[in-house]
Design a protein around this ligand. Sequence first.
Ligand SMILES: Nc1ncnc2c1ncn2[C@@H]1O[C@H](COP(=O)(O)OP(=O)(O)OP(=O)(O)O)[C@@H](O)[C@H]1O
Ligand SMILES: [Mg+2]
Length: 506
Amino acid sequence: MKTGIDLGTTYSLIARLQQDGTPTLLPDSSFREVYSTPSAIYLNDRNAAVGYLVEALLEENPELPVLRFFKRNFGAPNPIFLDRAGMAWHAETLAALVLKKLRFDAESYAGRAMEGAVVTVPAHFHDRQRKAVLNAAALAELPVLGLVEEPVAAALHYGVSNTCKDEVLMVYDLGGGTFDVTLLSMDERGVYVLAKDGITELGGKEFDEAIAAMVLEQFRNTHGSPLPMNGLTSLQLRRISEEIKIELSIPNKSFLKKTVLIGSHAFEVVVYRKDFEAAIRHMIEQTIEVSMRCLDGAGLREADIGKLMLVGGSSMVPSIGQRLGQVFSDSRQRIFHHEPLKAVAYGAAVHAAQLSGEAEAYEIPPEFRGVTGHHIGIQTINPQTGRMEVDRLIAKNMPLPAQATRTFYTSSATQTKIRLQVVQYHDPKSELTPVGELVIGPLANPALNYPVEVTVENTTDGTIRVRAYDPNTGVELEQEFGASGDGGASLVLQRNLVRSTFINHL
Ligand SMILES: Nc1ncnc2c1ncn2[C@@H]1O[C@H](COP(=O)(O)OP(=O)(O)OP(=O)(O)O)[C@@H](O)[C@H]1O
Ligand SMILES: [Mg+2]
């Protein structure tokens, strides 16, 4: 069985293609009516509860420490959680538990072994974040066919179920925790990415917090004092805020009035849609700015967009469609939702068929081409000025796989190693994201100005690989490339942690 996994900030889903090529979601193994797994984990010594079970356990004990939103920490060096045995849990170890559970659910429902999975990542994820997702899959012992970007997956699903001719499609993907925008061209042969951009920390979480602030203010106004916060009240506030937000998305609902129970306090809450819209306006404007930057990156203008597809749960907030309608105002431009909560998982299942050579059997357009999301360069010291400079090797929005080769030279006769910092960045003025340090050597015949050829490759998964050659001998040089020296050791430790953690058997 080949599957597609949408590893979401708030909810994760797993899908596969049915015999006729239409995608379908696979349910939770314990709750067969549940088709999405909250990306939430409760760890208890060697046991882990993942997903819907965590929500059920919280009903009994709201004080349970639950880990959520870890997708935002992919690639970050610091652990998110220390368990009682003092073991450090990073985002990738926690995500591995989610993947392990999804695999278990899928296999127990379908009664078949998982042969391969495509896992989705936000389009704007850089190398370290993507490698963290691949590490999570390795820790979960999930056979990975490849990664696919969330908006691209959504477009693949759309492209398979609709005919698209010579049109540029913009996918606006606003989920529970991240925003992505991607421009694609599609035809009957496949899907081609033109440009992409995004924001790591923007989504439903921020919208919920805006509503929560209103609820808390109304509590203060009614009771004359702030709401006492504890495990129970935080849980109730979070759930109520999300519920209110979702209800406010119902067309023509201009306000919502309900009596809520938080802790031992029952009180009336009134939330006007216009107040919610005002509270999140600056965030929507940020998504518009990034969308414009994306258009600019592809050398296109608003009028070049034929269709604008909205995906991700948060894209259902009505003011988003309205605002996009002001920007893309040509009557021929279509702005629409296409299965906003499922399209990513469905498209990942489509891509799994493409990557495993089954596209023809399912009559899926076989071609697919992604682009680089960042400039990729090497930081060097300018010998004239002594200042750090970035030598750009691969530009942003180049077709994948992309590669470039540069020759570097030793600066003294006794230098036996060359150290190079590989970086990613959005534009020359923006912050540099370190990819890793490349250490080449020891060189067999050190000499002044000894040349070393370095090739940097951005793979179809969007991850970065480097190689170093000695052009004099044509031999590949010894090299190490990694974000930290003990990467391998910590991965083994983390793998043991995930292996020995039982899931959902508390
Ligand atoms: N009708 C709705 N109106 C507004 N928000 C909604 C609606 N339905 C769901 N949401 C919100 O959408 C979010 C979940 O969307 P989705 O499943 O697409 O995100 P995700 O995949 O978990 O996150 P991400 O893609 O950012 O990693 C939640 O914040 C949820 O509250
Ligand atoms: Mg998502």
